[in-house]
Design a protein around this ligand. Structure first.
Ligand SMILES: [Cu+2]
Length: 504
């Protein structure tokens, strides 16, 4: 129906209004989850900073668990659903396959997200689990049910996106092959389907076990199945982030990849090889052989790394070529110095690439190698790695695209533009310090996830660290405060824009 569409005066896209509504509600929910996760992050970081040591152990473990869910789960996935609807419907000038199913998916995800937060906060001590919910630790059934509801909702949203691609093709709403950004979103969607099915395989039996219906899980088998869900779930985020890198390169400087084939091949590599990388989670497990571990993490892993390296060349190249076409040819780097640094989307893109590649990527390759892994296993260096990749890289990219979503989809002029210029820097530098502080402390043997790293709750295993470890923990604490400030500023700008921004 033609009356269900408007034409965007800036991009020329035909925007399906029911899709637009769903994009808005998913994006707003994502930002709320980011804010909740950021508050928990601050409490956790100030506990790990030994000088402050804020929370009591039980609260600390609950907040670590929920910080993980709200950031890696709810902030990123609600936002991704918005991205999928944007890529599938808006970018292809198509209608969304089923707005009704879109709302069902949203309701399930919302109930799941709320349920997860409530059950973890109210779980009695004997039912306390961490983000990985390794058996034989057993949460209350409500916890597993909440997580499953969220995942089912996300799966429905993904199928809605896939059906939208089918409709767009059948109704010929776009010319030629799928645009690269939509292709990247499709990559994320394909990985999401297999990931969510493995999630069901891990958590449905665990739910039945916690209800007393099914027998105990074998702990080793659970870990293998869980990581077929846990690792690729982060690869969905990476694929979505890179699709947004390409979109931001286009929106900020008009850059397009210099080789469609090269960029598409890199996305294909993700789909093919990403599950291999899950092996790095099993490197100290006795259930799989050393030969399997070495083959997967010292050889096969690089096929997935290669894909990220390809994108990491293609996106800056797209920016450089577009800038040079504008005549910015003096010296090697005039194209970079004269880039639109005042545009927060551009600085967010550049920071996302740097934090993801240099802090997240390099540490991931080092830590994920079988022979080196034992040096880092279960130390703070591990979260140091993923605070570079998905926490730093993905969040910065999503923040960057939000500065376009606000005027284009919400049709509001951004409030506090002069503050927005600094926002990605505050968050980016903060999260970089978090990552560096964690990696530094990890090198000195500081364990991850512990509320009390010196006396271990008076357990008789007291330990003296090299004093340098405490310096790195302070870096983590200060970085955490800065990153929190950046996230808070982002949420405030977004909310103020929604309420007070001039209508466009
Ligand atoms: Cu992993």
């Amino acid at each position: 129906m033609a009356e269900d569409f408007r034409t965007c005066p800036v991009t020329g896209f035909k925007v399906h209004l029911p899709a637009e509504k769903l994009i808005k509600v998913n994006a707003v929910t994502a930002v709320v989850a980011l804010l909740v996760g950021a508050i928990m992050a601050l409490l956790v970081a100030l506990t790990r900073w030994e000088t402050v040591h804020l929370l009591r152990p039980m609260d600390y473990y609950k907040f670590v668990t929920l910080h993980g869910w709200n950031m890696l789960g709810f902030w990123i996935i609600f936002f991704e659903v918005a991205v999928l609807y944007f890529a599938g419907a808006v970018m292809l000038n198509s209608r969304l396959a089923s707005p009704k199913l879109g709302w069902v998916a949203y309701a399930l995800m919302l109930i799941g997200a709320l349920g997860t937060n409530i059950t973890v906060l109210t779980n009695p001590a004997k039912n306390a689990i961490m983000f990985t919910s390794y058996v034989p630790l057993k949460a209350t059934p409500g916890y597993y049910l909440s997580v499953i509801l969220f995942a089912v909702g996300a799966l429905i949203a993904v199928f809605n996106f896939l059906a939208t691609l089918y409709i767009a093709r059948k109704e010929k709403t776009y010319k030629g092959s799928l645009p690269l950004v939509v292709f990247g979103a499709l990559t994320a969607a394909i990985i999401a389907v297999s990931t969510l099915l493995f999630g069901a395989a891990a958590l449905v039996p665990t739910l039945l076990w916690s209800m007393g219906i099914a027998p105990t899980w074998d702990a080793l088998t659970y870990r293998i199945v869980f990581w077929a869900f846990g690792h690729p779930s982060q690869q969905i985020n990476v694929a979505a982030m890179i699709a947004i890198w390409y979109l931001l390169a286009y929106l900020t400087v008009g850059g397009t990849t210099i080789s469609e084939k090269f960029s598409r091949l890199a996305f294909l590599f993700y789909i093919l090889f990403i599950n291999i990388a899950s092996a790095h989670h099993l490197l100290v497990d006795p259930g799989v052989s050393s030969a399997w571990k070495i083959w997967n993490t010292s050889y096969a892993m690089y096929l997935a790394v290669l894909a990220s390296m390809m994108h990491a060349f293609a996106v800056p190249a797209a920016i450089e070529v577009a800038q040079r076409k504008k005549g910015l040819n003096r010296g090697l780097f005039e194209w970079l110095w004269k880039a639109p640094w005042k545009n927060p989307s551009f600085s967010a893109l550049v920071l996302s690439i740097i934090v993801f590649g240099f802090l997240g990527g390099i540490s991931g390759v080092i830590q994920g190698t079988e022979q080196l892994n034992i040096r880092f296993h279960n130390t703070l260096a591990v979260p140091g790695h993923f605070h570079g990749t998905v926490a730093g890289g993905t969040t910065l990219a999503f923040m960057g695209i939000t500065y376009y979503v606000l005027p284009l989809i919400f049709r509001r002029e951004i409030v506090g533009k002069s503050l927005a210029v600094y926002q990605p820097w505050i968050f980016g530098i903060g999260i970089a310090l978090v990552s560096i502080g964690m990696q530094g402390a990890g090198l000195y043997g500081v364990p991850r996830r512990h509320a009390d790293i010196t006396s271990f709750g008076g357990s008789g295993f007291a330990f003296e660290y090299d004093p340098t470890a405490y310096f790195w923990l302070a870096v983590l604490g200060i970085g955490g405060m800065l990153a929190f400030l950046g996230a808070l500023l982002f949420a405030l700008i977004a909310v103020a824009t929604l309420i007070k921004g001039r209508r466009l």
